[in-house]
Ligand binder design. Sequence first.
Ligand code: UTP
Length: 410
Amino acid sequence: MLTYEAAKEILEKFGQEHLLKYYDEISDEEKAELLAQIELIDFSVLENLREENCFTAARGKFEPLGAVTIKDIEKNSDKYSESGIDAIKNGKVAAVLLAGGQGTRLGFDKPKGMFNVGVSRELFIFQCLINNLLDVVDKAGAWVPLYIMTSEKNNRDTIDFLEEKNYFGYNKDYVKFFVQDMAPSVDYNGKIYMESRSRISISPNGNGGWFSSLVRAGLLDEIKDNGIEWINVFAVDNVLQRIADPLYVGAVISSGLQSGSKVVSKAGPDERVGVLCLEDGAPSIVEYYEMTEEMRTLIDDKGELAYKYGVILNYLFSVDKLETILNDKLPVHVVEKKIPYMDENGNYIKPEKPNGHKFETLVLDMVHMQDSCLAYEVDRRKEFAPIKNASGVDSVDSARELLKENGIQL
Ligand code: UTP
């Protein structure tokens, strides 16, 4: 256990001595908690605040990447479906649900999956996802192992909720949870926020750490022992998300490529979505704010947008490759967020506007670690209904409309 002196030394090195400001005023138990928190925090992430370490500075040469289109998929559907179902039946495919985020934009204070999108009946986000996965289970006649990543902040609520709802009909023997790591949150001057006199403000460190957290939770052995070869990683907020989609799995396996990403055709050049492309010859995702005007509007020889395929956070990775990149460092993104904190008068404040930065690694950066990636096009009106906001774009309202359009009773 860290001593007060050792903690002080670490904090001085990173200019964060204020975290011990109330040390003399708190109880022994709180002192121990605070020191334990300091011991666990990786303060080196703060170095990402320095401009020269800023990730966006260092990008390579981008080129467009084509996709297997909805039409191509229709033409080959029998072949893809057969290969995908075969892999699922043989236990080669698992799914990882990324549910460790805080969903600050939605402003719902429970895990996002507990949000009820129903209108005249209850229909929770977790329920939508499990229903979609159950379609595949029915088709393949086999359960798909489902690993759910939570964070320290929402793990208990998530497990209790799914237990209470009896996993919405899923076989709980095939559901496992693991908890992701946390990172400190800072104000605009790079000073770490406190939540109380004895608690440092920490938040989930982004969805990029999912595989290392899964390994740390001891789940890799079971994955390998069970012969799982492919992992479909997906986000909690897309209620039309097809999970372990046999056609997608089959298409990636048939392509011989190392990974896959579901993509949708961009609604227009200015849609704010990351685009799957090539960067220095390897698959990569360029964020909308990183694209130049020329890239955004470039037209290919078919008269279509060259950078056309937006990602929807649904990736298929091979376990073999994931193991080889386990210790490779992902870039750390510094993101602006609303961070609850304790002000100088000791009041707990929940800000209305962003008030600082969090540090996140992102699963999309794992795509660039792959030798190749199949861009697999899906119909956005059938498979993309993300709930990020309460209203407006990518919201509860827009998701409800799309659910109805897909025949789901609300
Ligand atoms: P978002 O980028 O939408 O982040 O996450 P968020 O934290 O959930 O929401 P906002 O930005 O605060 O409104 C995309 C997916 O990645 C998961 C989320 O749960 C969601 O499924 N995620 C995000 C994690 O699992 N861990 C994280 O640390 C962040």
